[in-house]
Design a binder for this molecule. Sequence first.
Ligand code: ADP
Ligand code: GLC
Length: 467
Amino acid sequence: MRIIHISAECYPIAKVGGLADVVGALPKYQNKLGHPTSVVMPFYNNEFTQSYAFYKIYEAPLLLGDSEITFKVLKTKDPVLDVDVYFIDIPELLHKDYVYSSDDTVRFLAFQIAVLDWVLELKDKPDIIHCHDHHTGLIPFMLQESYKYESLNKIPVITTIHNAQYQGWFGYDKLHLIPEFDSSNTGLLDWNNTINPLAAAIKCAWRVTTVSPSYMEELKEHANGLEALLGHESNKCIGILNGIDTNVWNPETDSYIIKNYSSKTVQSGRKANKKWLCDQFNLDVTKPLFAFIGRLVGEKGVDVFPEVFKNSLQNKAISILVLGSGQSDTEDALNNLKPLFQGQYNAYIGYDEKLSHIIYAGADFLLMPSRVEPCGLNQMYALRYGTIPIVRRIGGLKDTVIDITNNGFGLCHDNVSAAEVEHAIDRATLLYNNQAKFKTIRQHIMTIDHSWDMSAQAYINLYQSIN
Ligand code: ADP
Ligand code: GLC
């Protein structure tokens, strides 16, 4: 089966969050299963694209409403990735040093039209078009409805919802940018009198997946306004748990970390990584180290941190380290704690891939008090590196972490509240003080298999069921 994934992000080319990790990994595993799989994404102006040479494989005019621009499809000259990646180059819209911005409607609409214009010209058509999130949400609609793409409308198209909080809404003033279709079907684009690309994808895709079974269930109750639609379309919806790329996320070979280790050499390996973190961030290496890595937004529950950290650092012998960026009020609140708890607490406000790997390899516990967590990859990386996750029971966190009181290996809480997170930190500290149990759990979690093998096959089974 020839598969193409269409996405705004793909690791290591352009990453904002977990979407990049998924699109950078799943296609590789599908290739390994014998299905030629490629990725199509925008050509941004970033470190990756500046580091490689590209050649043009296709060029054509692109009609966006009444304006005509040109797009190119590029490939890298060297085979730098394990899968074929096709870059859609529209310099005036996409060739930027960011992935997302305020003019995303036009940027990603042009991207999606360019992708389909190019697919129209391909000799070997894909057997499956797999779209990710709302940035590619109009593709299922255009395949089904736009006259121009009529010859492609037998190609099964699936949409994966990585996060239903973001739907890509835009107004009817931009309707004319979508290639012509029967206007009596405009309702397929609509949700609550607005054009809603995620809703359009849910209506028009042949199958809709999301990134964990629990999140699929939760969406029927909380989907940022799309609950009824998801309920109505539930027959074609399925939750498939994300995996992780165990070649990239492997403490035995990870070139970002200070010392490599396996589950057999975990003590000495993690000690070296923890020491580096504590030296770098002025923390006490003898205390249990709690860390957070992620976007500093409401969904991640980080607004409880200032209160939790103040209470915990005053009352307990622990250290805390935060790596993240996002809402400026949360960034400020986390920065303001630094002078109050020197030697106990630190925060790096920003994005740093290398540092994230060292934290997974050196922190004792990873905090994830998420309000919404469709899957969450951090807890799976933490497990693979021997860091014990402390999670709220929600979405993919619920599907991947079992509490120690149920013969499990993590610490779980039910609500996003300062009191519950503090209580989880207390329980984790007790566990840390029982070093024999702590070390047994740590060794065990490194052996849990969260690789993409099973889920990549689950997607193939899904594709086959509609082919
Ligand atoms: P989401 O996609 O909702 O942000 P995920 O848990 O799926 O959450 O994935 C987050 C990914 O982004 C992980 O690879 C995590 O390590 C990485 N990440 C998030 N914030 C940062 C940061 N500030 N620096 C480095 N890596 C980060
Ligand atoms: C989204 C979700 C996250 C998930 C990721 C990859 O960003 O917020 O929970 O792990 O996509 O699917």
